[in-house]
Design a protein around this ligand. Structure first.
Ligand code: NAG
Ligand code: NAG
Length: 324
């Protein structure tokens, strides 16, 4: 059930990007212009089934190249191991990540930007990231399905991490392992590269093994915000707060864009209406594990109405409850 409430107060409770609790504080940001800042912010809370018709990004909306994407993430990579108390990735190791992603894009046909988005989501590019174990061992840069690639095997840390091992980690994630499929097979399984939706579904399957029977990519997953976060990375998001709330995302049927995207229509008499939505915050429900816990979305809508004779603009703030 979704309903609107009158706004009483604006809370700005933002969630942190997945496993990235500290580096905002720890790394010195290069001064950059506000436009760049805007481009690296979380662009939309993306709910639903991965369909472009529901506002999921088209492939031409993705960051134009791996080169651009890499540039805005390089600083994050250089300090990301600190989060796990491990030696940071060196410049050489960081360069190898990029090189081998290009290499594996060539051999596998999987878009380099998609591979890199998964790398950032899984490990923040920490070449010595530990193996996580939730039933299955997930080692390496892409936290693969029990693959052989890792520079932190059974507590043995390789420093420097050799290029061959970095390549193996990317191959494990993209080509799969004896224990489970990688991105390439999952994209094919979910419909192939002709439809961008296949990438979003593949990301869900990579994180949790399958797409929930409802088709909603925020449901049934190990990490509910995984696909919304990955889609935002493909749009340029780096390490600012994620606006996706794990308790709410599974109930949001479509993409809720922040700021610069607007929905508009023009009537036959020439009157046009444009609505711009800015998501200010999405609060967590009371229980972090229950999908049915209500969450509150704080939305600012600006409506601009223009006819041949007049133009009018108004802004409203509202809270929307998602859930029961
Ligand atoms: C990694 O980089 C961060 C930020 O500069 C620093 O605080 C941390 O000590 C570094 N870690 C190691 C092990 O060098
Ligand atoms: C980081 O989070 C992703 C989910 O977004 C998870 O699959 C991965 O294992 C996590 N990485 C580490 C090193 O904990």
């Amino acid at each position: 059930m979704i309903y609107w409430l009158l706004v009483l107060a604006v809370h700005s409770i933002l969630t942190e990007a997945a496993n990235s609790s500290h580096h905002e504080k720890h790394h010195a940001k290069k001064p950059h212009d506000p436009l760049h800042e805007r481009d690296t912010a979380y662009a939309a809370v993306i709910g639903g089934n991965g369909q472009v018709a529901d506002g999921w990004p088209r492939i031409d909306q993705w960051v134009d190249s791996l080169e651009t994407m890499f540039q805005s993430n390089e600083e994050i990579i250089s300090v990301s191991c600190a989060e796990w108390g491990l030696p940071n990735s060196s410049e050489d190791e960081t360069q190898f990540i990029k090189d081998v992603i290009y290499q594996v894009e060539k051999s596998s046909g999987v878009d380099a930007r998609f591979i890199f988005a998964i790398v950032m989501q899984e490990s923040k590019g920490c070449v010595r990231v530990q193996t996580t174990k939730n039933g299955v061992a997930n080692p390496g840069l892409m936290q693969s399905h029990d693959g052989p690639g890792s520079c932190n095997k059974d507590g043995v840390i390789q420093n420097p991490c050799p290029r061959s091992e970095i390549l193996q980690m990317i191959l494990d994630g993209v080509e799969g392992t004896p224990a489970g499929p990688g991105l390439k097979a999952l994209i094919a399984q979910e419909g192939g590269t002709a439809d961008v939706t296949s990438y979003y579904k593949a990301a869900r399957a990579y994180n949790s093994g399958a797409v929930a029977s409802s088709g909603n990519l925020g449901q049934g997953g190990a990490t509910h915000c995984y696909v919304s976060d990955v889609a935002n990375r493909l749009l340029g998001w780096t390490d600012g707060p994620s606006l996706c709330a794990p308790d709410a995302i599974g109930q949001i049927p479509a993409a809720l864009w922040d700021g610069d995207s607007s929905a508009g229509h023009t009537d036959r008499d020439g009157t046009s209406t444009t609505t711009t939505t800015r998501i200010l915050a999405l609060t967590h429900g009371s229980s972090s594990s229950s999908l049915s816990a209500p969450s509150t979305l704080i939305v600012q809508s600006s409506v601009t109405w223009t006819s041949a004779r007049a133009s009018h603009s108004s802004t409203s703030l509202a809270c929307r409850r998602e859930g029961n």
